[in-house]
Write a protein that binds this ligand. Structure first.
Ligand code: SER
Length: 598
């Protein structure tokens, strides 16, 4: 039975044998792309090259890539969703196209030398055609030439067989490969079109020859490219005949750790569905948190951006750990199992083991304190709450727990439910909204950047980062590009491309420019526009990619304009004074600045 580690290695080995260069090892934190928090697909780091930039490693590339999708963390917990997953991919940048790509896939899947899957268990789909591109007979013919029966080839519309990274950017028709998950062999004539539930996708070969410029405009890319992606965990679960990714060795070591901590068993007969759900949530989240903290460009838990996502993931894991009956900080044990399990493909986890364990513990302890305080307060008010004849806890009261003790509303709701009460959620939401409006109206006005919670100080750091970025460009030159940034309540850490250490004079100049912009008390404004419009307006946004239909552009007076999710202060004068504490090397050609505001 093939394991995730075997499939990963075989895939790379196969494409190397077909003259592909391996480019694995990209960070989970996208470089130079302020529009997304994490790398979301294997092809994500390839976008500039699909758009036409030459790739230094050549035209045939392959990799395994760590990805994170946290669209809605609160939804994770069923048997299929993961916040972290690996994607295997191979690319042709204007080299081979449909026929060869399909032949490679078929050989890898069915050849006895490689996966040796039974060809009868495979069906495919191709693009049915519309106003953008014709019916994809080339792909259909390529499949049939390899021996795939005509009735296993389904022609499906754009909803199924057109792939795009986002509302704009490289895109094109695709051909998708499915594996039969029903009993025995698939019936004659069955395919994805006729039986969508039992045919599960294992591979997606996208023929990227178009670039969507805006809603109405589709242009041809300079080259005909291939972008394929295979979700590792999902495919292995299917090949192993498992009903869920959680039953593969990507998760079994984590469950073992959780079982010995909790004394309960995942998936034991008689388990409450909610208990197994909590097991999955903790297992998924601890794996994701371990990969974020183990990344060479790790972010730490904070109240902004990727750090905020990490904080939510860790806190949710803690909450569900408690539902498993685990008290105290516990995440380092399952995290260690993740590190061991993935040590070979991801040596960075071993290198950063101390940071992973340390940061998990720190965040858990902080959150546990909040929980204890909140629970204590809840217990104090409970006798009064129980007197309510409607068994409703007012939203105002729930808001007070949130506002005063940082106690999450989900927890208040859980405690309420345990005691036969309901929380007036509408009233809570209203109080929460009003609170946000009030803080907007105050002198420390901020723009919300889609974050439910962020601290004032982080917002100031976020805003000063824009001033710093621009000041560095002015003092050192236009080659300066942001390579990473991380904020917590104490400092900003900013990485940027620059070949040499900064001199004392350069540092002083940058500081002076930033402080001058603060003294000018520039108004900060935000506008939504397409990435092209943002670039045309001169906004800093380095990669030609994005995943939202519109981006936010933050403008600070006449000084800086950057694509960014926010939040920011309303005027630069609110930032305070800025000081560069340290300037050092980060990696080859990249410098790192630590800055503080007072
Ligand atoms: N871009 C496609 C996907 O992410 C294939 O890599 O599914």
């Amino acid at each position: 039975m093939i394991t995730i580690h075997e499939l990963r290695s075989k895939y790379i080995e196969f494409f190397k044998s077909k003259d592909h260069v391996e480019i694995s090892g990209k960070s989970l934190i996208p470089e130079n792309d302020p529009s997304v928090l994490f790398t979301t697909a294997g092809m994500h780091p390839l976008v500039p090259y699909l758009l036409g930039e030459p790739h230094p490693a050549g035209k045939r590339l392959t990799d395994y890539q760590k990805c994170i999708r946290t669209g809605d963390i609160e939804e994770v917990g069923d048997e299929a969703h993961l916040t972290f997953f690996e994607m295997l991919g191979n690319w042709s940048l204007g080299d081979y196209f449909k026929k060869e790509s399909i032949a490679f896939s078929w050989e890898f899947l069915t050849s006895p030398r490689w996966l040796a899957l039974d060809p009868r268990m495979i069906s495919v789909t191709v693009f049915a055609g519309d106003e953008n591109a014709p019916r994809d007979e080339t792909s259909a013919e390529a499949w049939k030439a390899l021996g795939v029966p005509a009735d296993r080839v389904a022609y499906l519309p754009a909803g199924d067989n057109w792939w795009a990274a986002g509302p704009v950017g490289p895109c094109g028709p695709d051909t998708e490969i499915f594996y039969w998950t029903g009993e025995g062999l698939p019936p004659a004539g069955s395919n994805k079109g006729s039986d969508p539930k039992r045919w599960m996708e294992i591979w997606n070969n996208v023929f990227m020859e178009f670039n969507r410029v805006d809603e109405r405009t589709l242009v041809r890319l300079p080259a005909q490219n291939v972008d394929t992606g295979m979700g590792l965990e999902r495919t292995v679960a299917m090949l192993q005949g498992k009903k869920s990714v959680y039953e593969t060795e990507a998760f079994t070591p984590i469950f073992e750790a959780l079982e010995s901590l909790s004394g309960k068993k995942y998936g034991a007969p008689g388990n409450d569905a909610e208990l197994d759900r909590s097991f999955r949530i903790v297992a998924d989240h601890v794996r994701t948190a371990t990969f974020i903290l183990g990344d060479p460009k790790a972010v730490l838990p904070s109240n902004v951006g990727a750090g905020y996502v990490l904080r939510r993931i860790i806190r949710r894991a803690v909450r569900h750990g408690r539902k498993l009956g685990i008290e105290g900080a516990f995440l380092s044990a399952p995290a260690e199992r993740v590190v061991e399990n993935y040590a070979a493909p991801y040596p960075e986890l071993v290198e950063n083991r101390a940071r992973i364990v340390e940061e998990l513990r720190r965040e858990e302890e902080k959150f546990l304190e909040t929980l204890v305080k909140g629970e204590h307060e809840f217990a104090k008010i409970l006798p009064n709450l129980l007197k309510n004849p409607m068994k409703v806890m007012s939203g105002r009261m729930a808001f007070k727990l949130y506002d005063t003790y940082g106690f999450p509303i989900e927890l208040t709701e859980e405690l309420a439910t345990e005691n036969g009460l309901k929380v007036d959620r509408a009233e809570f939401d209203e109080a929460y909204k009003k609170h946000q409006e009030l803080s907007r109206a105050g002198s420390e006005q901020t723009f919300k950047g889609g974050l439910a919670d962020h601290s004032e100080i982080s917002t100031k750091y976020h805003s000063v980062t824009h001033l710093l970025h621009k000041a560095l460009k002015i003092v050192l030159g236009d080659h300066v590009a942001q390579k990473g940034s991380n904020i917590n309540a104490e400092r900003v850490r900013f990485d940027f491309s620059h070949p040499a250490p900064m001199t004392k004079e350069e540092i002083a100049k940058v500081e002076a420019i930033v402080n001058e912009q603060i003294a000018r008390d520039l108004p900060v404004s935000m506008e939504m526009m397409s990435l092209d419009e943002a670039k045309a307006a001169g906004a800093i946004a380095l990669f030609g990619e994005k995943y939202e239909s519109v981006v936010k552009v933050y403008t600070m007076g006449d000084f800086s304009k950057e694509v960014c999710g926010g939040p920011h202060v309303a005027r630069t004068g609110l930032i305070g004074s800025f000081h560069i504490q340290k300037e050092q090397s980060s990696s080859a050609g990249v410098r790192r600045i630590y800055g503080v505001i007072a």
